[in-house]
Design a protein around this ligand. Sequence first.
Ligand SMILES: NC(=O)c1ccc[n+]([C@@H]2O[C@H](COP(=O)([O-])OP(=O)(O)OC[C@H]3O[C@@H](n4cnc5c(N)ncnc54)[C@H](OP(=O)(O)O)[C@@H]3O)[C@@H](O)[C@H]2O)c1
Length: 332
Amino acid sequence: MTKPREAPPRSRRSGIARRPPSSPTPPTRLEGGFPLGKTGRTHPPLGLGLWAMGRWRPEDEARTKATIGHALERGLRWFDTAEVYGAGRSERILGDVLYRAGPTAQDAWVVTKLSWEHLRTAQVRPSLMGSLQRLGRSRVDLYLVHSPDPRVPIAETMAALETLWTEGMIGAIGVSNFSREQLIEARAALRKTDVVVNQVLYNLFERDDGDDVLDYCRKEGIVVEAYTPLARGLLAGRYQSGAVPVGPARSTGLRDRLEELQERARRLDALAREAGVPMASLALHWLARRGVAPAFGASQPAQVDDVLTAWAARPTDVVLSRADTIARGDAD
Ligand SMILES: NC(=O)c1ccc[n+]([C@@H]2O[C@H](COP(=O)([O-])OP(=O)(O)OC[C@H]3O[C@@H](n4cnc5c(N)ncnc54)[C@H](OP(=O)(O)O)[C@@H]3O)[C@@H](O)[C@H]2O)c1
């Protein structure tokens, strides 16, 4: 079994243990958040997702690290990664940036995910150990089951996770891409703790998964995290020109409805201009207004700034209601 990295990592050049650099000015934190089950902790309101951090070539690593570092400086504390992102590269990059950030990153909220290929009892512990080693931590704040696999009983995975939770290696247990029924099954399998988060695809254009679980989660005090909150940039003003998106946008169901969604995106853009807020503000606050916590993606520091500007601008309920109507394809 692999041991998590407890000791400071060693410099590749000298082999000498590195000291985390100090940071004299703590950044401003984002306000708000959600109670995290019965843990007594608060789930941050907005997070940076690091799926893309594993997709870039090694020569893009400096930009990737700068993006995470900038997010930390700007007060973001929730970082969402997974063992499958870049086959561990995303976790490794995050671990490195957090380590180098020293005290600034002390209160980072680190979330990673157990791959859908590792849901058997014998696979769960080695998977977590691998993640901890890459992250350079002895525990994660939240560990999510990335996605269920119908071939593996949910109860089997949850029991293995509960053991790790009991040992203190997981601050809290969550799931991702679980339907309401799967969520109920997962909770029933836990004896000493509960599922505190369900992370699902949720944005103005793609609502089915989120709508399916939202009421249940609200009632049961489970935080709903939204992934792909900006529809891969379409809800932040990208891809409105009719050009076929390249890169990550290709991999979503958005591509199949692109023309129709582009038209709606243009109308949302016009609404945002009229309301005097950035377009991404509609996307993020539509989720926040529902009590959902968005984990957005960014591939460069400027995108982090844009998203935080959008987060700081608060559209009125009337504007959000009009955005909801437009995004559904109804007349405004
Ligand atoms: N649990 C799951 O199964 C699951 C699945 C998918 C994602 N996730 C998590 O959710 C996170 C977010 O997902 P996502 O990356 O699909 O989310 P997203 O926030 O909808 O899209 C992020 C992309 O939008 C573009 N973008 C961001 N800010 C922009 C701006 N200001 N202007 C224009 N474009 C902008 C960037 O594209 P470019 O990089 O191309 O510039 C960025 O990579 C992931 O990183 C991952 O952590 C989880």
